[in-house]
Ligand binder design. Sequence first.
Ligand code: PLP
Length: 400
Amino acid sequence: MSTAPHDPLLRFRARFPILETSTYLVSNSLGAMPASTADRLAEYAESWNTLGVKAWAARWWQLPIEVGNIVAPLMGAPAGSVSMVPTVSQAQAMILSALTFTADRDEIVMTALDFPSVRYVTDELAPKLGARVTVVPTDDNISIDAQRVVDAITSRTTLVAISHVLFKSAYIMDVAPIIAKAHAVGALVVLDAYHAVGVIPVDVGTLGADFYMGGVLKWLCGGPGGCFLWVSPEQSALLRPALTGWQAHKRPFAFEPVLEPADGAWRWLGGTPTVPALYAALDGPAIITEAGMEAVRAKSQRQTTRLIALADERGFSVHAPRDAARRGGTVAFDVPHGPAVAQALLSRDIVIDYRPGAGIRVAPHFYTTDGELEAAVAVLDDILATRSWEAFAASRPVVT
Ligand SMILES: Cc1ncc(COP(=O)(O)O)c(C=O)c1O
């Protein structure tokens, strides 16, 4: 295979203890924990234990912005422009709550391959807001034709809410013509970047979307509960989210009865922040920044190309874009008896996940060795050859 003679990114392996005990190929689901994150969580406990309520002023209250500033460079955003919120579904709801839908401008455009949770919150809120959702279909369950999205955007469209990179196939959407059409008709665009930031280089200024959101638990190795929301300065100044809270007040500690929204990233916060999750989120994104997105991306393209070759050699049906330029960090392929094979792999510490309609998803990251990919596929061969998957055929799938 095209093994890199020297892979400088492997110097980061020592910072992720789980890599010593498993073949960890699931950073598309939950990135490995940096060893130092245990220290950050201990700092959280220590600050609570020793400072008590003074911990808010010392650091806690600022944390949603402090962590936002750590994530910001990974999407080319300036300091003070990224807010941390608990989930992307909640960020979507905040955005919807800031928009005005009218009888002749009531449409939200999404696609059939957006993440279900984001879709659920949109479908549930839309009728309450006087809006309706138009869903652009997929032809191959891998990609969404950008032209179809462009055609779905009309003078009735208020918001285009689509993934930057599709979660099932890692297909990188061609967002430029979509954003151009949306803006031409006066609509706004939010991109769900959960599978973009941390695995492909991103620059929100160049992209030109109005909102950009994602989470740190996957490719950014920052654990659950930390999601980021960037809002363009123009829209942030104009919009006022109804889903809000006292962190978004200009003077939260004046406890005034009426909200006066703060400026910048503070405006997109809510109630009391999820402090432990934000401590957990401090180190992962900083390590990825240190690794460098260009190097992370080059390695990801090389390793996913190799994975596709390994799947092709075995005749597995590959559920990922073949064009490396359109492919994010994950390769999914269908193997016979997929759910049971996935569990057999997990039982042998080959950590992957399985998604219906996509198959076994394998996600190398900057800390993955080429040898781990070969070893994972060798174990897969063995599971199929020995039929050891049969032991798992009747059991309930584990969640990864
Ligand atoms: C593309 C995408 N969006 C959103 C989510 C998760 O959304 P939430 O933060 O609301 O749980 C996932 C994750 O698992 C995802 O892959």
